[in-house]
Design a protein around this ligand. Sequence first.
Ligand code: BV8
Ligand code: ZN
Length: 278
Amino acid sequence: MTSMTGPEFTEFRELFAKARSVLVLTGAGISAESGVPTFRGSGGFWRTYQATDLATPEAFKRSPSLVWEFYQYRRELMRTKEPNKGHFALAEAEKRFESEGKRFVLVTQNIDGLHRQAGSQNLIEMHGRLFTTRCTSCGFTEDNYDSPICEALRNRGSPDQAGAEIPIKDLPSCRQCQSLVRPNVVWFGEALDRDIVKKIDEEIAKCDLFLVIGTSAVVYPAAAYASWIARRGVPVAEINIESTPSTSVSTFHFEGPSGELLPILLAPTTDDKSHKDS
Ligand code: BV8
Ligand code: ZN
């Protein structure tokens, strides 16, 4: 683990104290210490599939039953998971920055909802939400925390054994028009929401410090943000347990679990304290 006392740490803390507009990008790694499997680690498999095989419109067209079992499994899993110290450190830093009239915006690739649960408000969930559904026919979108999401999916989704194909009529249906609904997430090969892309581009252009946390920097467009921002001459700090394609463009690379590093890296700086006392 990178030492939290060396010159790299001190230099980062000076920049963090002076920053007026921090932008943060998180990936599955920030939820790993909450027990949520990441995509590309060993947890990235469900039955004989890679998550990336199932998180596609083609997979859903081919077998909405199989894809719904996969998301039912992840919904049930998430009901037992809590945010970890990394999520809370980001939510607390945002509150402090806001109280000092500074910007702190968090973009997450994760659909697990843990940042919202930890209290982050300036939050952009760029790949959607696990507990929101969207109608494949009329587009009606709503949050849905039902467990199971429909009777046919009760006790289904086990990573160990496949069940019989569930007929579409028994899969989750739209409250407005009774058509098949899907998870309201961005699948591979799908475009991101235009307004979200626009908002992220504005934040990328504004930020004076970028933190990239717990992402393998493989999935686009998020994987490109670190190099876009570094090209503007803005410092980039990567927090990860390994090196990634973003490491080469990062000013800082803090190696270690984000749940341990973030509370130290984002702790109130002396300026904050003096500001508080005044
Ligand atoms: C799009 C929702 C275009 C679903 C997800 C080149 C250029 C542009 C596009 C592409 C391109 N090549 C391919 C593409 C297409 C594709 C893509 O990028 N594919 C990859 C596989 C190459 N991109 C897309 O399809 C995107 N759309 O480009 O649209 C377009 C335009 C017009 C019209 C049509 C299309 C959409 C991508 C969104 C996919 N959906 N999620 C769901 O979750 O079910 S992405 C999915 O992967 C998750 O959201 C996940 O967050 C994300 C990325 O993975 P990571 O978060 O990085 O997680 P990973 O497991 O990989 O890594 C974990 C990291 O954490 C590791 O580095 C590990 O070391 C670290 N870690 C582990 N533990 C810890 C830790 N770090 C710190 N502490 C720890 N404790
Ligand atoms: Zn509908």
